[in-house]
Design a protein around this ligand. Structure first.
Ligand SMILES: N[C@@H](CCC(=O)N[C@@H](CS)C(=O)NCC(=O)O)C(=O)O
Length: 212
């Protein structure tokens, strides 16, 4: 099984799929192709019908879209329990994961994930503040209801989906909400998170578009 990813410094979608594989200890081969480096521009189409990363290739099956990759893994490895087992809890986890996959455009556009950015307050527009408020609401509801340290108690696909937000809220100093502080601590203490962010920090590629 091979996971194609983009830059660890910037590629939030790649992080989601990669973290799911790593935390659930699923063996895979990683292929990193740097994004927006001129001589490399279109080669994502070699492995993905959308020309985007992440893309998972498992034998003759190709899976694209981060959430579809995580769903594929959850079905392929049911023993890993990548979603919460209880039906209502799993439904809640699926709802917030879809909300992440399809939403938060203002925050995603204005505040790119960046594993090597100076931690500095960024002045943001009201629609970004509204996205942050909704994230605070989701995280505090989950942590209260399921008792942490991750959104549904133990790490699940929902955490893989929200992982890049931990970096964004921190580097741009967007929230000091207690739920954000507690959840960010749990996430950044994961050795798999540290492996990704250390590698991202070491990358020399600079993508101007992602330097807010
Ligand atoms: N909805 C997709 C988004 C994937 C995506 O936009 N990936 C970026 C890297 S983070 C990419 O490959 N961009 C290349 C491009 O847009 O040409 C997913 O969930 O996987």
């Amino acid at each position: 099984m091979k996971l194609y990813i983009a830059n660890k410094k910037y590629s939030s979608w790649s992080l989601r799929a990669w973290l799911g594989l790593k935390v659930f200890a699923i063996e895979f081969e990683e292929s990193l192709r740097p994004l927006f480096i001129e001589e490399n521009c279109n080669d994502y189409l070699e492995f993905s019908p959308t020309g985007k990363a992440p893309t998972l290739v498992d034998g003759n099956i190709t899976v694209w879209e981060s959430l579809a990759i995580l769903e594929y893994l959850a079905e392929k490895y049911p023993d890993k329990e990548m979603w919460p087992l209880d039906f209502a809890t799993k439904t809640h986890a699926r709802c917030i994961s879809s909300e992440m996959h399809a939403g938060f455009m203002a925050l995603r556009n204005a505040c790119p994930m960046n594993m090597n950015r100076k931690i500095e307050l960024l002045a943001v527009a009201d629609n970004v503040k509204a996205d942050v408020k909704r994230i605070e609401e989701i995280w505090s509801e989950c942590l209260e209801k399921y008792k942490g340290p991750f959104l549904f108690g133990k790490f699940s696909i929902a955490d893989a989906m929200y992982a890049p937000i931990v970096n964004r809220l921190h580097i741009y100093q967007l929230s000091h909400h207690p739920a954000v502080i507690n959840y960010s601590k749990a996430m950044t203490e994961l050795p798999q998170w540290q492996e990704w962010s250390d590698a991202g920090r070491k990358e020399a590629w600079v993508v101007d578009l992602d330097e807010a």
